[in-house]
Design a protein around this ligand. Structure first.
Ligand SMILES: [Zn+2]
Length: 71
């Protein structure tokens, strides 16, 4: 099943969301539908200067078995 990582542009929460055909992803934290899909080769840090890197990085590391894609 297509499970993607998204970052909410409203509350900045990072979520794994199961995307079904024709249905837009919805943020489970605030209900916004304005989400940005995270690809493995994409570095969201570059477009987010000074914005809460340590905490989001920590959560992504736990999702990637300790391998941080941002470092
Ligand atoms: Zn949100």
């Amino acid at each position: 099943m297509p499970l993607f990582h998204f970052v909410c542009t409203e509350c900045q929460a990072r979520s794994e969301i199961l995307v079904r055909g024709g249905e837009p992803p919805v943020c489970p934290h605030c209900g916004a539908t304005d989400l940005v899909k995270q690809a493995s080769a994409f570095a969201p840090v570059a477009s987010d200067p000074g914005g809460g890197l340590p905490e989001s990085c920590r959560s992504c590391c736990s999702l990637n078995n300790g391998t941080c894609p941002n470092q």
